[in-house]
Design a protein around this ligand. Structure first.
Ligand code: RB5
Length: 157
C-alpha cells in the first residue's frame, strides 16, 4: 500500500517508529515531515498528507500530533477524507470496518510507541465491511457535496 505520513514536533519520534514499522510490513511510504523535533505548526503537515489522500495520490494517510485532535480537524476539511482519531485498538478496527477511514490519526503525547504500532497494524489490515456502511458513507459524500456547493454560491450570513 502507498501510505503518506506526517506529524508535528509532538509526533515526530512516533512518526519515525511508525515509518520503520510501515517499511517492515512492506508498505511504500511518502514522508511529508516534520524532520526534526523543533516546534512547527501541525496544520502545515496535516495539509500535505490530507491533500495527497484527498486527490488519490496515496491510498492511506497517517498523522500524528500531541493529542491527534488538531490533525483530525485539519484532515476532515478535505473532500474524500475520512480521518479517524484512534488512541486505542477498538476504534482503529471500527474506523476501518464501519467508516472505511482513509487517514489514521494518533496522539503522540497520549499513547506509547507499542500501542501506536499495534493501532497502525490493526488499521492497515482491517477491511471495510461495506453493506449497510457503504450507504452511510454515500450520505456523507452527499453532505460534503452540498456543503461545497453552498460555499461556492454564498458564504454564511
Ligand atoms: C502542539 O503543542 C500541540 O498543540 C499539537 O501537537 C496538537 O496536540 C494539537 O492538536
Amino acid at each position: 500500500m502507498l501510505v503518506a505520513i506526517g506529524s508535528d514536533h509532538a509526533g515526530f519520534e512516533m512518526k519515525q517508529d511508525i515509518l520503520n514499522l510501515l517499511k517492515e510490513l512492506g508498505h511504500e511510504c511518502v514522508d511529508f515531515g516534520t524532520d526534526t523535533p523543533q516546534s512547527v505548526d501541525y496544520p502545515d503537515f496535516g495539509e500535505k498528507v490530507s491533500s495527497a489522500v484527498s486527490c488519490g495520490k496515496v491510498e492511506r494517510g497517517i498523522l500524528i500530533c500531541g493529542t491527534g485532535i488538531g490533525m483530525s480537524i485539519v484532515a476532515n476539511k478535505f473532500p474524500n477524507v475520512r480521518a479517524a482519531l484512534c488512541n486505542e485498538l477498538f476504534s482503529a478496527r471500527m474506523s476501518r470496518m464501519h467508516n472505511d477511514a482513509n487517514i489514521l490519526v494518533v496522539g503522540g503525547r497520549i499513547i506509547g510507541r507499542d500501542l501506536a504500532k499495534a493501532i497502525v497494524h490493526t488499521w492497515l489490515t482491517t477491511p471495510f465491511e461495506s453493506g449497510r456502511h457503504l450507504s452511510r458513507l454515500r450520505k456523507i459524500s452527499i453532505i460534503e457535496q452540498k456543503v461545497l456547493k453552498n460555499k461556492s454560491e454564498k458564504t454564511c450570513s
